[in-house]
Design a protein around this ligand. Structure first.
Ligand code: FES
Length: 204
């Protein structure tokens, strides 16, 4: 960037005293004009040097938001396996993550929510279902029988997230996420998906 070059001293500039001297070929109006141009250049460079760090600072300050949706998505610990009852019903958990920028670490920032479920028959396996309706992005509610309902336009989903009522406007079932169990903790590869499209498309 321009400012970085200036601060680092890598930009080549002419010596102002040499530039403003009058050669025998120059006319009488040339010296004031040169002087004026030199001053304009000095003001422009000074402005670039002072604005440069602000621009860089803004870019870095916005960096956590940028990083949130770019690159490989890690598995995040969501809860302990013990805290998830093996009753076959979806239970809602908050997803938190730690964001960092060049200067600061922001621990435990809420970044979303997730429905988790496990069964008595297979208690070591955890299913994760995104609570956002793939139609237009409303939050879906879990019913007492484990099925899901979207209050916005009545999309209706099975316990596994597939579409239950074919009249549902949602173009696909609820999005499912990868899970892992590590040291008694449930980890989820959390990400968001584009609404309104037939195939799940992660937002990157
Ligand atoms: S947003 Fe869920 S049915 Fe429209």
């Amino acid at each position: 960037m321009l400012s970085a070059q200036n601060q680092g001293g890598t930009m080549e500039t002419s010596n102002p005293s040499t530039e403003t001297s009058i050669s025998p070929e120059q006319g009488p109006g040339e010296a004031p004009r040169r002087e004026f141009l030199t001053k304009v250049m000095a003001v422009s460079l000074g402005t670039a040097v002072s604005v440069g760090p602000l621009v860089v600072g803004s870019y870095v300050a916005l960096d956590p938001l940028r990083k949130k949706s770019v690159g490989a998505t890690p598995f995040l610990p969501v809860t302990s396996l013990e805290a998830l009852p093996p009753d076959g019903l979806p239970h809602l958990f908050r997803v938190v993550s730690t964001l960092t920028d060049a200067w600061t670490r922001y621990p435990k920032i809420p970044i979303g929510a997730i429905y988790l479920r496990r069964t008595k028959e297979n208690p070591e396996k955890v299913e994760a279902i995104h609570p956002t309706c793939p139609h237009l992005g409303c939050f879906v509610n879990a019913r007492g029988d484990g099925t899901f309902h979207c209050p916005c336009h009545d999309s209706d989903f099975q316990t596994d997230g597939s579409i239950r009522n074919p009249q549902s406007p949602s173009p696909r079932g609820l999005d499912r996420l990868e899970t892992r169990i590590e040291d008694g903790k449930v980890l989820v590869q959390f990400m968001n998906f584009e609404p309104g499209v037939k195939e799940p498309k992660p937002i990157l």
